[in-house]
Design a protein. Structure first.
Length: 244
């Protein structure tokens, strides 16, 4: 009987997937639903990154598109502010298919064009270095957050700190428009931005694991996409300034 009991216990442990529990105290059913939600979000995020890569590559390699965007400041300014406008319908219609994916596609496309212009004005070697560094940082931080959550660690305290840092970055960028900063100040600004957006990757990944509801898959993918995109652009600027 003891042997059968041990076999039964082992089969139960395997069925429950205890080794893949997202965080302590999560029930088996909730754990399965949460993993499904996470896979869905990362599927959408992957599609966004692929679209951004394709659109940016076309902008870089097809000169007429890049010339059109660089030569038309009004169009480029429109594309820069369009994502901010699209955040409102994305929030309102995030649970209404197919409007949520239509607005998400427009949101990603507009950001991809501006990223393409930044990459087109940068040496290819630097773009590749920024892409490799961003991918490494994102994979490392994502893996660490999943491991830390499994161990019961919590990163909720980062929310107010990161938000305050983001406000400081925004105020500094506005000040830089009126009073250009020196090279040392620009380097410090870039380093702070990289740290803040790296922190947001950890914070938003934990929200994906614990806090986002199952209907917020669009909003969850947007937050992670913006974290990755901002980190990439920050690293790109730092490498470009360092090369100059």
């Amino acid at each position: 009987m003891d042997g059968y009991a041990r076999v039964g216990k082992l089969e139960k442990d395997l069925e429950l997937g205890e080794g893949e529990t997202l965080y302590p105290g999560l029930s088996y059913g909730e754990n399965q639903l949460r993993w499904g939600f996470i896979r869905k979000v990362y599927g959408i995020l992957t599609a966004q990154i692929v679209l951004t890569t394709v659109v940016s590559s076309v902008t870089v390699l097809y000169a007429p598109v890049n010339d059109l965007l660089r030569g038309n400041s009004g169009l480029l300014l429109f594309l820069m502010f369009l994502p901010l406008v699209l955040l409102w319908p994305l929030h309102i219609y995030q649970q209404k298919h197919p409007l949520n994916f239509i607005f998400l596609g427009l949101f990603t496309l507009s950001l991809s064009l501006t990223v393409g212009v930044s990459c087109a004005n940068t040496e290819g070697r630097i773009v590749l270095e920024a892409l490799i560094l961003t991918s490494s940082v994102v994979c490392a931080l994502t893996g660490y957050t999943f491991w830390a959550s499994k161990k019961g660690k919590d990163f909720s305290y980062l929310g107010p700190i990161l938000f305050t840092g983001l406000i400081v970055l925004l105020m500094t960028s506005f000040m830089q428009m009126m009073f250009p900063l020196g090279s040392t100040s620009v380097a410090i600004y870039g380093g702070m931005a990289a740290v803040i957006f790296s922190g947001y990757i950890v914070y938003d990944t934990q929200n994906l694991i614990k806090r986002f509801t199952y209907d917020e898959y669009i909003w969850a993918s947007i937050t992670l996409y913006l974290d990755i995109l901002n980190l990439f652009l920050t690293i790109l600027r730092m490498l470009r300034q360092g090369d100059n």
